[in-house]
Write a protein that binds this ligand. Structure first.
Ligand SMILES: CC(C)(COP(=O)(O)OP(=O)(O)OC[C@H]1O[C@@H](n2cnc3c(N)ncnc32)[C@H](O)[C@@H]1OP(=O)(O)O)[C@@H](O)C(=O)NCCC(=O)NCCS
Length: 129
C-alpha cells in the first residue's frame, strides 16, 4: 500500500558553490553516511561530485517528504541510507523504520538534480511510526 510520496529539486549551482568556497566537505558530512562519503570520494571530477551530492541531498529530502516528517526533528539526513544496485539504481533504507519500503528515482541535468520517492508499508499507518 502506498503511504507517502515525496519530490525534491536542487539547483546544482548551489552545491557547486560549496565546492568553490571550500564548505562542501562539511556539507557532505552533514548529509551523507560514512559509506556514502566513501562513494563521493571516489569521484575525481568536481562537477560529477556536485551532481552526485545534489542528487543524494534531493533524494533524502524526497524521502523525508514521503514520510511527512521533513528533516531535523524526527529524522536526520544520515538516518537515510542510499546505496545502488549492480546496475546503478538507487536503493533507500531507513534502518530506524524497518517496516517501510522506499521506491525512488533521481535525475540530474547541468542545472538541477531532482528526486522522487514513493513510500510503502505493510500496515495502514500514515505517519513515520
Ligand atoms: C520538508 C523539507 C524537506 C522541505 O524542503 P525545502 O527544501 O525546505 O522546500 P521545498 O521547496 O523542497 O519543499 C517545500 C514544500 O514541501 C512541502 N512540505 C513541507 N513540510 C513537509 C513535510 N513535513 N512533509 C512533506 N512535505 C512537506 C510543502 O508543500 C512545501 O511547500 P509549501 O510550504 O509552499 O506548501 C524541509 O523542511 C526540511 O526538513 N529540510 C531539511 C532542512 C535542512 O536540514 N537543511 C540543511 C541543509 S544544509
Amino acid at each position: 500500500m502506498i503511504d507517502g510520496l515525496g519530490l525534491d529539486i536542487v539547483e546544482l549551482s548551489t552545491v557547486l558553490a560549496l565546492f568553490k568556497d571550500g564548505t562542501a566537505p562539511r556539507f557532505a558530512r552533514f548529509v551523507l553516511t560514512d559509506e556514502e562519503l566513501s562513494t563521493l570520494n571516489e569521484f575525481t571530477q568536481e562537477h560529477r561530485r556536485a551532481e552526485w551530492l545534489a542528487g543524494r541531498f534531493a533524494l533524502k529530502e524526497a524521502v523525508s517528504k514521503a514520510l511527512g516528517t521533513g528533516l531535523g526533528r524526527f529524522l536526520d539526513f544520515r538516518d537515510i541510507h542510499i546505496s545502488t544496485d549492480d546496475y546503478g539504481k538507487p536503493i533507500v533504507r531507513v534502518p530506524r523504520l524497518p517496516g517501510r519500503t522506499f521506491t525512488v528515482s533521481l535525475t540530474h541535468t547541468n542545472n538541477v538534480a531532482c528526486a522522487v520517492c514513493i513510500m510503502e508499508s505493510s500496515n495502514r499507518q500514515s505517519s513515520a511510526e
